[in-house]
Structures are given as structure tokens and as C-alpha cells.
Design a binder for this molecule. Structure first.
Ligand SMILES: NC(=O)c1ccc[n+]([C@@H]2O[C@H](COP(=O)([O-])OP(=O)(O)OC[C@H]3O[C@@H](n4cnc5c(N)ncnc54)[C@H](OP(=O)(O)O)[C@@H]3O)[C@@H](O)[C@H]2O)c1
Length: 324
């Protein structure tokens, strides 16, 4: 028998896998990846060996492929937090919006199709309240590949989510969670609760991720905007980044000070819009279990793995910063 994940010796939503294997009289089990959760951690394979089953762990590439397949499960098992994948679409001049803050479609149709598939693979999609106020998005997975709509999460410390937003008007499609700060206006929280939102009170990103993890969310697809993305980066809470680079200019060269912060002639800091910089070197992983040769993200700012491919007219760069 070949399995992607170590057979379990505990009862969860399903009965114990080891019992089924022993009862079936299977003589040899090849396991592609271990189960790092506390309840498991080798107990299943041990019980199989006690039952005189030959147990082997797959080597090399197969083991790596299985471990990568199970990243959301593995991170959640180790840290109680969801795997965070940041998606960005940027222009050739490195912008996520126009200088005025307008948000035209940046990536092409093929890239957007792919984004909907990624949404469908995630337990939840997150954006900052800036994006909700600017775009009034639905944040649903609009693809035939969807079996279950992901939950939608708005990082909204002051509970500003409009009651007539598309998010709250489409609760029949999937739940909406609002991550608000302790000191947010209680009357706003009550209004949002009455409108059907779930409120999650957390004062920082790590606390919010732990709360999402307790709610069973193992994968969070973070769709920006740049301010929230930068905050996740600052908190060293980004596991993977998928950036579409579209062959358009959004005005980042003309107002170079926005992009090239700190260079001569730049605007005063107070006037600069925050820009997500994937090469930032801040933050260490608070979770030492991640595969991280030097620190929370490997050598600071450098991914463990990356790939570049064409999606329609766009270039897609994917980069994995942590492995679980
Ligand atoms: N090209 C792309 O990939 C892309 C993707 C998404 C959005 N966009 C565009 O980007 C624009 C919005 O971006 P944005 O940067 O202004 O807004 P944003 O990142 O969507 O939201 C920022 C807001 O999130 C809230 N927030 C909650 N928790 C936070 C935390 N821990 N740290 C920081 N902020 C937190 C803050 O408001 P409170 O203080 O009130 O909580 C903050 O002002 C829109 O025009 C949108 O269309 C582009």
C-alpha cells in the first residue's frame, strides 16, 4: 500500500487508519510523508510494525512532492496556523495601483482564471479593509473547479466593513470573518455581527492566524492590498508568494519616489504610499519548525524555491519562503 501521509493511530473525523490496514492484512506500507501533529508523530507506523507490517518511508523526490502537497496540513499541525500564500498583481513599474490609488485590472484573463482556481483550493481568502472599501469585492471562487466556497476574511481593525458591502450581501455563498482590534467600536462590532459577520478579535497578525487556525482554516490566500501584505511580511507570516507581473505601466516611474523609497528626491515619508517589497529582510520565524536553513525564510529575502512562467501575457513568479 502506498500512502501520501503517515496512517494515523488516532480517531478524528475518521476511524483509525492503522486498524483498517491491519484488518485488511496488508503486508507492506510505503509512506511518502510523516504526520507532524502531536497525536500522530510516528505512532501509526510504530503500530503497523508491531502488527508485523513492513513499513518504509519513500525517499527523495517522492517524499518532497508529498510534503509539498501536504503543506497546509503540515503547517496547521505544527503551528495551529494556516499556510499563508500571498498573491499580488503588479505592473512593470512595480505598482499594485495607479498613483491616485485607483485599481484597474492589472493581470490578464488567464491569470484571473488561475486566481479563481487558487481561491477554490484555499480554506479562506483575506484582504485588507482598504481593498474592500476601494473595490467592494465578492472574493468568491468563480470557477467550475470549486467544491466549497472559501471563507472570506477582512482585516479591519476598526470594524469599518460597510453593512451593504458585497461581502455581507452574499453570506449565503460563504461566511465572512472580520478581524477587528480589541479597541474597535463595540457598536460597529454589534452591527457587523447582526449583519451576519463573524468577529475575530486580534491585535496582531499572528494572533489572527492562530484564531483562524482554531476555526479549522489551514490555508489562507492573501490577496492584498499592499498595506496588509507588507504587515504580513513584517510579521514574517508569508509562506509563499505568487506574483503576476503584467506588461503595463501604472505610473510608478513618473512618481518614482513612491516606489524607490529613500532615494534622493523622494517624497517625504508621510506622503509615500506603502509598497510591498518582497526583498524585505525583516522578521524571524516565530515557528522554528519551518524548514529554514538560516532563519524564518531561509537566507533573509531569498526563497527556498522559485519558478517563473508565462500565463497569457503575464509573467508569474512563485516563490516559497518556508516549508513545513
Ligand atoms: N494589484 C494587486 O495585487 C492588488 C491586490 C489587492 C488590492 N489592490 C488594490 O490596492 C488598493 C488597496 O490597498 P491598500 O494598501 O490601500 O489597502 P489594504 O492593504 O487592502 O488594507 C489596508 C488596511 O488594512 C487594515 N489592517 C487590518 N489589520 C492590519 C494590520 N495588521 N496591518 C496593517 N493594516 C491592517 C488597515 O486599516 P485599519 O487600520 O482600519 O484596520 C489598513 O489601512 C486598492 O486600490 C485595491 O484595488 C491591488
Amino acid at each position: 500500500m502506498y500512502v501520501t501521509l503517515e496512517p494515523c493511530a488516532h480517531e478524528g473525523r475518521q476511524p483509525r487508519c492503522v486498524d483498517a490496514i491491519l484488518e485488511a492484512g496488508i503486508g507492506r506500507v510505503v509512506i511518502a510523508s510523516d504526520d507532524p501533529s502531536e497525536k500522530a508523530s510516528g505512532r501509526g507506523p510504530g503500530m503497523l510494525r508491531d502488527g508485523e507490517v513492513k513499513v518504509e518511508f519513500a525517499p527523495g523526490e517522492e517524499a518532497t512532492a508529498a510534503r509539498l502537497l501536504n503543506q497546509p496540513f503540515r503547517k496547521h499541525a505544527r503551528t495551529g496556523m494556516p499556510l499563508v500564500t500571498l498573491k499580488l498583481a503588479i505592473s512593470l513599474d512595480g505598482q499594485t495601483t495607479t498613483p491616485e490609488g485607483a485599481s484597474p485590472w492589472i493581470s490578464g484573463a488567464k491569470s484571473q482564471e488561475l486566481v479563481h482556481r487558487w481561491r477554490a483550493e484555499s480554506d479562506a481568502i483575506a484582504v485588507g479593509i482598504g481593498t474592500v472599501l476601494a473595490d467592494n469585492p465578492l472574493l468568491t471562487a468563480r470557477t467550475p473547479a470549486v467544491h466549497r466556497q472559501p471563507a472570506r476574511v477582512a482585516f479591519d481593525r476598526q470594524a469599518r466593513l460597510p453593512l451593504d458591502s458585497q461581502l455581507l450581501q452574499t453570506l449565503d455563498q460563504s461566511p465572512v470573518l472580520v478581524v477587528a482590534a480589541q479597541d474597535s467600536d463595540p457598536s460597529r462590532l454589534t452591527a457587523l455581527r447582526n449583519a451576519g459577520a463573524e468577529i475575530l478579535v486580534a491585535d496582531d497578525i499572528s494572533a489572527a492566524l492562530s484564531d483562524l487556525g482554531r476555526r479549522g482554516i489551514t490555508s489562507l490566500f492573501l490577496e492584498g492590498g499592499a498595506t496588509l501584505a507588507a504587515a504580513f511580511d513584517e510579521a514574517a507570516q508569508i509562506d509563499e508568494v505568487r506574483t503576476f507581473v503584467a506588461p503595463i505601466l501604472l505610473g510608478g516611474l513618473a512618481s518614482g519616489s513612491r516606489r524607490f523609497e529613500g532615494e534622493a528626491g523622494g517624497a517625504p515619508p508621510a506622503q509615500r504610499r506603502p509598497v510591498f517589497r518582497p526583498d524585505a529582510s525583516r522578521g524571524q520565524s516565530p515557528t522554528p519548525q519551518a524548514k529554514n536553513p538560516a532563519s524564518g525564510r531561509g537566507t533573509p529575502g531569498l526563497p527556498l524555491h522559485h519558478a517563473i512562467k508565462s500565463i497569457g501575457k503575464d509573467a508569474l513568479i512563485t516563490a516559497r519562503f518556508k516549508e513545513w
